[in-house]
Design a binder for this molecule. Structure first.
Ligand code: TYD
Ligand code: MG
Length: 451
């Protein structure tokens, strides 16, 4: 039977029968690429397989101990340390600091007695050694290799049997039995498959580094996300020193957990108290600023939401949003207009989360509305106040989870007032002065006069 070639979207991994300019599954343009056909040898479809052994669900074995890296921000994102024999993907824009983070992590694990290999397919050994020197890691017992041929790498891993192997990056790896260029979907997928299978079978934890590109030209690590146990994204705004390591998938811990780092001249430094950092250099009480008491993963994080509202000269005024969901902001603007009679027509709106954090919680709605109104009315929100709560389309305020944790964090950082939805579950209130609001109209009336 002749196997015809198939086509795969390099952005979402959907398969297609024929090439097309646009992927139906994800809507991406020019992301569909041809895949090498499946093998048609004696092991091809139709050959009879062996029966696999089956077992009970019950287990007497204790869960394998996790290895701590000694870098708390990393351990937390991993769900409490590194799980043996797990496969982890670390994705992020080129230049964001993935190699730096993983070299530091490998060195830290190695210093704690774990056997670690760092295989670079992007940089020569000398370059990695220079970086290690700059980071003060030269003495860490990490086995360093510079190689892109996966067959050789797997043979080496099999001989060395490390506890952890870092593969930097998956896009540079190639298997000689796959006839496609390194970085193509077929190669990336095949290489990741080999490494993940190896991790499970031989008990080696592997970390795959993957570059994310806006255009699907080189295969993004999206196809790899399904294969691994844990997917971490390393993010940060250009021009900001802060880097956020975010778990977007974790079979061994909570997703949405974040670790905060700062890129310094000597590598990545941990930021154990991100709230203090995101609120540092806060301008004097100014219109357009609202402090949001948020939750990232299991940890409360306070951030400042900044708005600027100015008369527009454009037919359709600007809506520039950084660090928040643009659709959500449009909804809040519409609710303010429809339910409170406060229009933003003819006004340019700029919104920004200070410090470069990305906030995706609906709980930020009230702080966003507060910042917008404060900017529009030119009235500053009291600097000792935090806000949180979800805004529904009716203009009602909906309570959000972890009220007490948010209040505690705010209190710890010296805030004394909180504006929140009136149905929130408050136990104690952490000594904060609470302003409970049933809806947006009440909020506008109380904070900014009748509106
Ligand atoms: P890198 O880890 O090479 O990024 P990636 O692997 O994600 O492509 O980091 C590159 C950037 O980090 C580079 O622009 C320089 C900066 N950097 C520092 O600011 N301090 C340091 O100590 C190091 C090693 C890098
Ligand atoms: Mg790199």
């Amino acid at each position: 039977m002749k196997q015809s070639a198939s086509f795969t979207c390099s952005a979402c991994g959907a398969s297609h029968r024929k090439w097309a300019g646009k992927c139906d599954a994800c809507g991406g343009w020019n992301t569909i690429v041809e895949e090498a056909p499946l093998s048609t040898g004696p092991r091809a479809l139709g050959a009879r397989g062996r029966t696999i052994p089956l077992s009970d669900l019950a287990t007497e074995e204790a869960p394998p101990p996790r290895a701590s890296s000694g870098i708390d921000e990393l351990d937390r994102v991993l769900g409490g340390g590194l799980v043996p024999a797990s496969a982890i993907l670390v994705g992020g824009d080129p230049g964001i600091g993935k190699s730096t983070l993983l070299l530091q992590a490998a060195a830290s694990f190695a210093r704690r007695g774990l056997k670690c290999l760092y295989i670079s397919g992007e940089e020569a050994s000398a370059q990695v050694r220079m970086r290690a020197q700059r980071l003060g890691l030269s003495d860490a017992p990490v086995g360093l290799g510079a190689e892109t041929n996966l067959r050789d790498i797997l043979t080496t891993l099999d001989a060395e049997r490390p506890a952890l192997a870092v593969i930097d990056s998956i896009q540079t790896m190639w298997l000689d039995q796959v006839e496609a260029a390194p970085g193509s979907v077929s190669q990336v997928r095949a290489a990741a498959h080999e490494l993940v299978t190896f991790a499970k079978r031989r008990g080696v934890a592997v970390v795959l580094v993957g570059h994310v590109t806006k255009e699907g030209q080189i295969a993004g690590p999206r196809v790899v996300e399904h294969m691994v146990d844990t997917v971490l994204y390393f993010e940060g705004e250009r021009g900001h020193q802060f880097r956020i390591l975010r778990a977007v998938k974790n079979r061994f811990g909570p997703a949405d957990e974040i670790g905060v780092f700062e890129m310094t001249g000597g590598g990545l430094a941990q930021v154990p108290n991100p709230s203090a950092l995101f609120l540092a250099n806060r301008d004097q009480p100014a219109p357009g600023s609202a402090v949001f008491a948020g939750i990232e993963g299991t940890r409360p994080v306070l951030t400042e939401i900044q708005a600027l509202v100015a008369p527009s000269t454009l037919a359709s005024p600007r809506r520039t949003v950084v660090g928040l969901d643009g659709g959500r902001v449009s909804t809040i603007l519409a609710v303010l207009e429809a339910r409170c009679g406060i229009p933003f027509t003819g006004l340019d709106v700029f919104l920004n989360v200070a410090g470069g954090l990305r906030v995706s919680e609906p709980a930020a709605d009230l702080a966003v509305a507060g910042a917008l109104l404060s900017a529009r009315e030119d009235v500053a929100i009291p600097p000792e106040m935090v806000l949180f709560g979800e805004i529904s389309l009716s203009g009602a305020l909906r309570p959000v989870g972890q009220t007490e944790n948010r209040l505690k964090e705010a209190s710890k950082l010296g805030f004394s007032q909180a504006t929140l939805p009136s149905q929130s579950k408050i136990e104690g209130g952490a000594g904060m002065q609470i302003r409970a609001m049933p809806n947006l109209i009440a909020f506008v009336g109380e904070m900014f006069g009748a509106g």
